[in-house]
Design a protein around this ligand. Structure first.
Ligand SMILES: Nc1nc2c(ncn2[C@@H]2O[C@H](COP(=O)(O)OP(=O)(O)OP(=O)(O)O)[C@@H](O)[C@H]2O)c(=O)[nH]1
Ligand SMILES: [Mg+2]
Length: 439
């Protein structure tokens, strides 16, 4: 996500870290580097100027808090101002609500509607969706296919040409749901009848939230869209999609300031699970390579609660074949390992290269092999000597070499995960926080 911006910001900070004294020239250099990085990422120039002015003034005028070096002081200011640039996170409550989705064609409304439904369903809320898109052929099928996989009711009527009628009927049909999400049509450009329709739907539903879905790749044009939709229906939250695929999310990021509302979620991939609650602190920490422990822990907890994987135990250093088995199963749910690991503090862990690009075929193979192991072997992999390897190979219809390969993969994983632990053999929170806070 915004890899290029991340690495140029990191470079700018590294440069500062390498300087013997942090004086006016050093601050000015840093500010110039930051400006260049942000403008390249398509962040609105006016915002960049505001930000760099604020950093410069604060860095040169504010006294560093006691016990903090000038360098740390400047880094902290950069961090704080970048967080401020993102705006605060938009509010998401866990209660009864109706959410109206707005956005241009292809921005990701339908996908995000399903992702959101999944999000609220996970939180234990009874959720339903309405397809009010009468423009796109197959709109109802697209949404209802996504929803049926999740067992989420989806109301629609492909024969009806008036979205207002569909929504009126839909509200009746989905009345018992706590969360109702309404997917609407998109057009190439902002046409007046599209705007009028969304105004009508807003009035009709008395929507609790009006969320604007913006494709992160559209750059500066995002501002105009955001402004038009905001004027029409008073947007109170923005969802940035396709943050996984773009180098220039800065344009969309800047557009958020047009609505005066915060970013509520970020879409970071095509699967239903690729939706993250936006958190400005975490977002900037990650961008700057400080890792975002919070997001990791949240994600990890989510999967634990579904009986999947205990990342905390893993971090305490306990990692058996059984854990690996669960881990392989959880990878699908949690997203690619690489993405999970990018949320961890920088430099804390180095996974073996092949851990990242394990194919799903191989993952399935490994699971079959592990299915032929006994419970005891899964819990105590050291038991698995040559004769057991042959037995497992026979039982799973694989070769002894394949079993050895799996064991080798396991050992590599285990060794790599040890890197996360502190010196005392326990997961050392203090050390981690020091790394985290000390940048
Ligand atoms: N990589 C990536 N792709 C996404 C994301 N969100 C949506 N997409 C893809 O973007 C394309 C368009 O998504 P839709 O959800 O159909 O967009 P829409 O706004 O409903 O489009 P219309 O109904 O035609 O207005 C699809 O191929 C999605 O899979 C995301 O966060 N990351
Ligand atoms: Mg759609």
């Amino acid at each position: 996500m915004l890899d290029h911006l991340g690495s140029s910001l990191k470079d700018a900070l590294k440069k500062l870290a390498g300087k013997t004294v942090v004086d006016r020239t050093a601050v000015e250099d840093l500010v110039k580097d930051l400006q260049r990085a942000l403008i390249q990422a398509d962040v609105n120039v006016r915002l960049v100027m505001q930000l760099s002015q604020a950093i410069k003034t604060r860095a040169l005028e504010e006294e560093p808090p006691r016990g903090m070096s000038v360098r740390e002081h400047v880094l902290r200011i950069v961090y704080q101002e970048l967080v401020r640039l993102m705006g605060s996170a938009g509010e998401v409550k866990l209660g009864s609500q109706t959410i109206l989705m707005a956005g241009l064609q292809g921005s990701g409304k339908t996908t995000t509607t399903a992702k959101l439904a999944r999000h609220f369903q996970r939180k234990g809320l009874k959720t339903a969706v309405i397809c009010a898109d009468t423009f796109r052929p197959g709109a109802y099928d697209q949404l209802s296919t996504l929803c049926s996989r999740l067992n989420i009711p989806c109301f629609g009527n492909p024969q009806e040409k008036d979205a207002r009628v569909i929504v009126r009927d839909g509200l009746k049909a989905t009345g018992s749901a706590e969360v109702i999400i309404i997917d609407t049509q998109g057009r190439h450009a902002l046409e007046d009848d599209l705007i009028q329709e969304i105004i009508d739907l807003n009035t009709l539903t008395g929507a609790t939230h009006r969320w604007l879905v913006l494709d992160a790749a559209i750059g500066q044009k995002a501002s105009e869209q955001a402004r038009r939709f905001h004027e029409a229906i008073d947007i109170d939250g923005v969802i940035l999609t396709k943050m996984d695929g773009t180098a220039k999310g800065g344009g969309a990021l800047s557009a958020v300031s047009e609505t005066g509302s915060g970013i509520v979620f970020i879409g970071s991939g095509e699967t239903i699970e690729d939706l993250e609650r936006f958190d400005p602190d975490g977002f900037i920490s990650r961008l700057l390579g400080m890792g975002d422990l919070k997001a990791l822990v949240e994600r990890a907890q989510q999967s634990v609660s579904e009986g999947e994987i205990d990342v905390n135990a893993m971090m305490r250093g306990k990692f058996t074949l059984r854990d690996m088995y669960k881990q392989l199963e959880a990878v699908n749910r949690m997203g690619p390992l690489k993405q999970i690991m990018s949320m961890m503090p920088l430099g804390n862990i180095e996974l073996p290269g092949d851990a990242y690009d394990m194919t799903s075929a191989k993952m399935a193979r490994y699971r079959i092999i592990m299915d032929s192991m006994t419970g005891k072997e899964l819990d105590e992999p050291s038991l698995i000597a040559s004769s057991r390897i042959h037995r497992i190979a026979r039982g799973s219809g694989s070769t002894p070499d394949e079993v050895r390969e799996l064991l080798k993969y396991y050992k590599n994983m285990k060794r790599a995960l040890k890197g996360v632990r502190g010196g005392a053999g326990k997961f050392n929170m203090q050390r981690l926080m020091k790394k985290f806070g000390g940048m």
